[in-house]
Design a protein around this ligand. Structure first.
Ligand SMILES: O=c1ccn([C@@H]2O[C@H](COP(=O)(O)OP(=O)(O)O[C@H]3O[C@H](CO)[C@@H](O)[C@H](O)[C@H]3O)[C@@H](O)[C@H]2O)c(=O)[nH]1
Ligand SMILES: O=C(O)[C@H](O)COP(=O)(O)O
Length: 320
């Protein structure tokens, strides 16, 4: 593993370790692969079936493969179940804690239905990808005790020959350059493919929407230093691309989470009920037509507040 002198983010390639080496290094660790999925009936089956076959049946690297169905209205639940995943509806996990829409919410809820001390997240909408993503992300966690969070990065071809990653390039990277230059060496700060020690993720405040990735990075760097973060080149990845205006909502969520982490700004971190009124415009018969969206910017408190600790077997009172 090498470290760039500019960023000091330790960087590796997925094939720096063989599968056999990682299975050996796994020892007593337990690995949970978590796939948050909202309306991904077209792709989730393959994501589940291929990782299950390669990493649970052929070798024993992954111990449980869990899909969190995030309010899907299609057949995602059935397709993922048939492909061999344990599937949970996000809103049915710890119903005492309430339910919110969003990917971060699904990931936060996964902490209550998984048992691994190492958790790998992978998106369900992958088109070009391979099962080596999972061992690649585990490499630094299994071989470097000081690393607690591993981001994937990759080449990401977009539509019409253009590079993908509009929010990455127009929001996340500029924000990191301005406020967190120590994280500017991350190639894909928003990647949905990442791995984390449960002990770390349980300690973080988790935005319920798309800010989960950037918030986890910024909070980990603040609490544990960038030595706790590594990144791994996973090769090539492509995915379903969202329409521009939907990415505007994603960008709003990310900026809200970042602003809430600015010193002296207690506006929204950890609050419930926060929603930003985003006004976008589209061409209409009489000119530009406004399109109003309420963008949720909620954050879940650290999950460990709601799990019984070693000396505390009684469930905590919910706050959500
Ligand atoms: O409410 C939701 C929305 C999405 N997803 C799932 O989350 C994954 C990624 O969602 P997607 O809408 O495809 O996100 P992208 O446009 O690809 O956004 C990128 O950037 C986001 C912000 O960092 C990350 O959360 C994503 O993982 C990353 O792929 C997919 O499996 C979705 O099904 C949910 O589970 N619940
Ligand atoms: O990383 C991003 O910016 C988002 O995933 C959007 O990517 P896209 O522009 O390739 O859709």
């Amino acid at each position: 593993m090498t470290s760039s002198s500019q960023s000091h983010i330790a960087t590796a390639r997925w094939d720096d370790w063989s599968l056999a080496e990682l299975v050996e290094a796994k020892g007593e660790h337990r690995v949970s692969l978590v796939v948050p999925a909202r309306n991904e009936e077209g792709t989730v089956g393959e994501v589940v079936a291929r990782t299950r076959e390669a990493l649970m049946e052929t070798v024993a690297l992954v111990d449980e493969l869990v899909v969190i169905d995030s309010d899907s209205t299609d057949t995602t639940f059935a397709v993922a179940t048939d492909a061999g995943a344990s599937v949970h509806r996000s809103r049915e996990v710890r119903p005492d804690l309430g339910s919110h829409p969003g990917k971060g919410e699904a990931m936060w809820k996964s902490l209550f239905v998984t048992t691994g001390d190492l958790i790998v997240f992978m998106d369900a909408d992958l088109l070009d990808w391979d099962t080596h993503f999972v061992p690649g992300l585990l490499g630094p966690l299994l071989t470097r005790p000081q690393v607690s969070l591993v981001k994937g990065f990759y080449e990401r071809p977009g539509a019409d020959g253009l590079q993908g990653g509009r929010v990455t390039e127009l929001v996340a990277r500029p924000w990191l350059a301005l406020r967190h230059p120590e994280l500017a060496g991350l190639v894909q700060p928003l990647a949905g493919e990442w791995a984390v020690r449960r002990s770390l993720f349980e300690s973080l405040s988790v935005p319920t929407g798309y800010a989960v990735e950037l918030a986890a990075l910024v909070d980990t760097a603040r609490l544990h230093g960038i030595e706790a973060i590594a990144q791994v080149d996973l090769g090539l990845r492509s995915h379903h691309q969202q329409p521009l205006l939907d990415l505007g909502a994603m960008a709003t969520q990310i900026l809200a989470a970042m602003l809430a982490r600015e010193p002296g700004d207690e506006s929204s971190a950890g609050s419930l009920g926060a929603e930003v009124a985003l006004r976008q415009f589209r061409p209409g018969e009489g000119g530009a037509e406004p399109l109003e969206r309420g963008v949720p910017t909620l954050e879940r408190p650290p999950a460990r507040l709601f799990t019984p600790g070693p000396a505390d077997s009684a469930p905590h009172e919910p706050t959500a």
